[in-house]
Ligand binder design. Structure first.
Ligand SMILES: [Zn+2]
Length: 452
């Protein structure tokens, strides 16, 4: 199928078909029903509040999910085309959507969620079948582009949006999602949990969990914008048995992690933070306000890493997936900041990163393929690039630079070029050159020094 006029994709260098150029989704209002946790069955109804940065004659959302039953445009039923091969739900508009106008697009769907294949693992809506007659669990694990497996979205990080999420589950289950819980209501359909994510986040960072959870609330932490209290809650699966104490232990330090990281990065950008623990062998993911943490990744280092992504990835968003090192390099660097705050030897951490890269093939920081997105270069060379800046300018200027980057790119797409520009403005030409060497050199630059 040829693209509809006015519905061209964003042009991502790694995922060229994702998103729609000129489309700005402001808000997703989602009702999701999960009738049998542990299976991929679901039904949904979502209303997108849309704006445009150029005239659009059609909307082409990313979608690979269950069968679509109905589409409405500003409340009126509208014809649609589901192009499974292209992964697009297309709606031709009765009149072009022009810049300055707002519109509502509603989609109702039901059936079985699709797993979205990617270079690393199947992404999107996950099902964990129950064991020994117990109920199962579900959760979203969507980086880089799995949300489209269960929700029609403009599935690109350069278009972050706010979310209202209402999840209806059978009695005995708990739902958790990004944002603040604003209501719990019972009906014949089950129990509905409502969440408000009032600060825009990328679609892949949307957390949704369904399980027989124990929710553990902790005292709020005054590290939000203007000293606001950040709500603290974690969700632990029932039935961890003898593993429970060990699994829960690292999360008791989440408040301290927030304080140490806010000391470097500036205020925590969201109203709540915590983790939801999953019993599955997947990687941890920085879902907004609620890290998705597998049992086997329940340790301080991973908790620090995913929590740092709340600033870098969830609030400062990517212009293009090729620059994912901006997420992973900063989150890996946070592991060093935490280690130093615990009195550990930062030089050993930096030397360890360097040793894992030395003698291997390397590459400049911007990735050129999906296979490179989450490789050692993105994480370790990305973190060493930040150490090169810190070594050049010292801790005080480095801290101011981190905060300037967060301020400049909160809710705005960041790029390697944008960070280099900001570095020259904030720190001068020598620091920019130090960063550029790590960003662009085809070989591995020398190990940057670490202050004692
Ligand atoms: Zn990461």
């Amino acid at each position: 199928m040829t693209p509809l006029p006015g519905a061209a994709p964003i042009g991502d260098r790694i995922y060229p078909t994702l998103g729609q150029a000129g489309l700005d989704v402001r808000h997703y209002d989602l009702r999701l029903t999960v009738p049998r946790p542990g299976t991929l069955e679901l039904s949904g109804e979502v209303t997108l509040t849309l704006a445009a940065t150029r005239p659009l004659s059609a909307i082409a959302l990313d979608y690979l999910g269950p069968a679509v039953q109905e589409v409405r445009w500003n409340g009126a039923v509208r014809a649609f085309a589901l192009d499974r091969a292209a992964g697009k739900l297309r709606v031709t508009l009765p009149a072009p959507l022009r810049p300055g106008e707002a519109a509502r697009l509603s989609v109702r769907y039901a059936g079985v969620a699709a797993q979205v294949p990617d270079a690393l693992l199947p992404t999107g809506w996950q099902a964990v079948p129950g064991k020994g007659g117990a109920g199962g669990a579900n959760y979203a694990l969507s980086e880089p582009a799995g949300t489209r497996g269960f929700l029609p979205v403009n599935d690109h990080p350069s278009d972050p949006a706010t979310f209202t999420v209402r999840v209806t589950v059978p009695a005995g289950y708990t739902a958790a999602a990004s944002g603040l819980e604003t209501g719990v209501a019972d009906s014949p359909a089950g129990r509905t949990f409502t969440f408000e994510q009032a600060v825009p986040i990328p679609t892949y960072a949307l957390a949704i969990h369904v399980n027989r959870f124990a929710r553990v609330d902790s005292p709020p932490v005054p590290v939000g914008v203007g000293g606001a209290a950040v709500v603290r809650r974690d969700y632990f699966p029932a039935g961890l048995g003898s593993r429970e104490t060990a699994v829960r232990a690292p999360y008791r330090r989440t408040g301290e992690v927030l304080e140490v990281l806010a000391g470097w990065f500036g205020p925590f950008p969201f109203a709540a933070h915590g983790s939801a623990i999953v019993e599955s062998g997947v990687p941890a993911l920085e879902t907004a306000t609620l890290n998705t943490m597998p049992v086997q990744s329940s340790n301080e280092r991973v908790l620090v890493h995913e929590t740092a992504h709340q600033w870098f990835g969830d609030r400062v968003v990517l212009a293009d997936w090729s620059d994912v090192w901006l997420n992973e390099g900063f989150a890996t660097y946070a592991e060093l900041l935490w280690a130093q705050a615990q009195g550990e030897d930062g030089g050993a951490v930096v030397a360890g990163w360097y040793a894992r890269l030395a003698g291997r093939p390397t590459r400049p920081l911007p990735a050129t393929s999906a296979e490179e997105l989450f490789d050692r270069t993105a994480y370790l060379r990305g973190a060493l690039a930040l150490q090169a800046v810190r070594a050049e300018v010292g801790d005080a200027a480095f801290r101011a630079w981190l905060r300037a980057y967060v301020t400049a790119f909160s809710g705005r797409p960041a790029s390697t070029a944008g960070l280099l520009d900001l570095t020259r403005r904030e720190l001068g030409a020598r620091a920019e050159a130090a960063l550029r060497l790590w960003a662009e050199s085809p070989t591995l630059p020398p190990l940057p020094p670490t202050a004692p």
